[in-house]
Ligand binder design. Structure first.
Ligand SMILES: *Cc1c(COP(=O)(O)O)cnc(C)c1O
Length: 227
C-alpha cells in the first residue's frame, strides 16, 4: 500500500510539474469505497489525507471508527436528499451535488448543526443517460440559485467522463469542464467560488491534471482492483 501510494503521489507531482503547475496544487482523494476499515486505516498510515466514499451507510461505519485519525472525508457518490442529514455531519466536501433539491436539503441540515457545507457541482459533460450530474448548459442557473443558500458554499465543479480507460479520449471532457468553470467564474457571483476541479481517476488522472484538475479521485491505483 505504502509503495502504491508513493507511486501515485509521484505520478501526480510529475504530471503537475510537467505542465508548469506545483505538485501541491493537486490534491489526492484516495477512493476507499468497498475497502474494509482496516485497509482504510492502512491508507491513512500510508499517507492518505483525504478519503473518498460513495455510499452513506458504508461511509458512516468507517467515519465513526476512524474520525479521530488525521484525514478528511469527501463524498463522491450519488447522494439522495433523504441522506443529506448524515452527509453534512461527515464530509468536508461533497463532490456530487446536481440539483437544487439536494442543495436545499444539505443547506437545511447544515444550518441545524451550525456549519457551512462546502460542495462541488457534478456536471454530466458527456450527456450520458446512465450518469448523474447536471448538463453543462444548466449549470450556471443552478449555481445562481444555490448562491442564495446561506449554509452552502460552492467551491467548484466535478465530472465523471465516459469510461474509455484512454486518457486522450476523455481529455476533451476535462477541458470542457475547465472552460465551464472559467465561464462561471467570470460571472463573479457572490458566495460562489470556482477554485476546484474534481476530475481524473486511475485510468486518466494525468490528462485531468494537464487540463487543470485540483482534486483527483483515485481508487484502483492505490488499493488494487475492487471486488
Ligand atoms: C470509484 C470512483 C473513483 C475511483 O476510480 P478508480 O478507477 O478506481 O481510480 C473515482 N470517482 C468516482 C466518482 C468513483 O465512483
Amino acid at each position: 500500500m505504502k509503495k502504491r501510494m508513493e507511486r501515485v503521489k509521484e505520478r501526480i507531482a510529475k504530471a503537475a510539474e510537467g505542465c508548469g503547475r506545483s505538485a501541491d496544487s493537486v490534491r489526492l482523494v484516495a477512493v476507499s469505497k468497498t475497502m474494509p476499515m482496516e485497509v482504510v486505516r492502512e491508507a491513512i498510515d500510508a499517507g492518505a489525507t483525504v478519503l473518498g466514499e460513495n455510499y452513506i451507510q458504508e461511509a458512516r461505519e468507517k467515519f465513526n471508527a476512524l474520525a479521530s485519525l488525521p484525514a478528511a472525508w469527501h463524498f463522491i457518490g450519488h447522494l439522495q436528499s433523504n441522506k443529506a442529514k448524515y452527509a453534512v455531519r461527515m464530509f468536508d466536501l461533497i463532490h456530487s451535488v446536481d440539483s437544487l433539491k439536494l442543495a436545499t436539503a444539505l443547506d437545511r441540515y447544515a444550518e441545524k448543526i451550525d456549519r457551512v457545507q462546502p460542495i462541488l457541482i457534478q456536471v454530466n459533460v458527456a450527456r450520458e443517460d446512465s450518469k448523474s450530474g447536471i448538463y453543462p448548459e444548466d449549470t450556471l442557473a443552478l449555481v445562481k440559485s444555490i448562491a442564495s443558500l446561506k449554509n452552502i458554499l460552492v467551491r467548484g465543479l466535478m465530472t465523471i467522463p465516459p469510461y474509455f480507460n484512454a486518457p486522450e479520449e476523455v481529455r476533451p471532457f476535462f477541458a470542457a469542464l475547465r472552460e465551464l468553470r472559467e465561464r462561471i467564474k467570470d460571472e463573479a457571483i457572490a458566495n460562489i467560488h470556482m477554485d476546484e476541479l474534481s476530475m481524473g481517476m486511475t485510468g486518466d488522472f494525468e490528462a485531468a491534471i494537464e487540463e487543470g484538475a485540483t482534486l483527483v479521485r483515485i481508487g484502483t491505483a492505490i488499493f488494487g482492483e475492487r471486488h
